[in-house]
Design a protein around this ligand. Sequence first.
Ligand code: NCD
Length: 318
Amino acid sequence: MRPSHPPLPTPSFAGQDILSVSQFDRTKLDYIFGVAHEMRVLVERFGGADLLQGKILANLFYEPSTRTSSSFMAAMMRLGGQVIPINNVQYSSVSKGESLPDTIRTLESYADVIVLRHPEVGAAATAARYAAKPVINAGDGVGEHPTQALLDLFTIVEELGQADGLTITMVGDLKYGRTVHSLTKLLVNYNVTFRFVSPEILRMPDDVLDVVRGTGHTYDEVESLPDAIAASDVLYVTRIQRERFTDLAVYDRVKDLYVVDEELLTQAKEQMIVMHPLPRVGEISYGVDDDPRAAYFRQMRNGMYIRMALLASVLGRA
Ligand code: NCD
């Protein structure tokens, strides 16, 4: 018997850049999460596979990074590929004044894919205009961090079964935190309720709130974390982004406003998960680490699986 509908084509990311979460709809998300899940199984059983043998990644970081940079490297290496790591741009020709386009043209003549972290909003999009090879945005200033949002959403789905129906509370630096910008824009693909907890001066930017409103989602904005916690299914904690403040006196006023500790968690649901993109600098106390609801270390590991899935996809091997 013929099926009444032709099968949906598998989304293909081969040759594509990954610049923004707006590139993803639910079909594409399901696909990437399916591949990431397979990558987890591969790593747990065999340590990896040789899908990307003969491929080279240029890992170009103009801003500090531990997890994003090393998980992209580990992802490439676990798939049999190799990496050119450039995370000390002061030792590269960037310190001689070389422009981003020239640096990108150089790296793409050696590598098959470029991962870029840069302090300017839109830098990854600029790089992608000059590169014929895929460019993956690993954070462009206060703009976006799409691969982090993918691993965050993957974590929510893996931990809680699905995103639909959840109340997602984001707390901390919602103004400068690029991870919450991208995650919010990705979560509007689901039926979720948002709670944004921040001081007035670190509120979620209007362009992100416009997306939330424009897709018919409800949200509230509050300053008190204890008031927001009881109804939350996900508590997404962020670091106050010291490096983005022009006036450090203002940073000092807000830096210790929110601390998630064991006491606060007594008011939370038993199934709630605590997430954080890391690094943390005091906003989650170490005593929380042993609570089964602390998902941030599992979240961090998921980053490698998502980045394995993305690299295999853009290089046409998944
Ligand atoms: C985040 C970032 O760089 O935006 N870290 C990360 O990529 N895991 C969050 C942060 O620096 O606070």
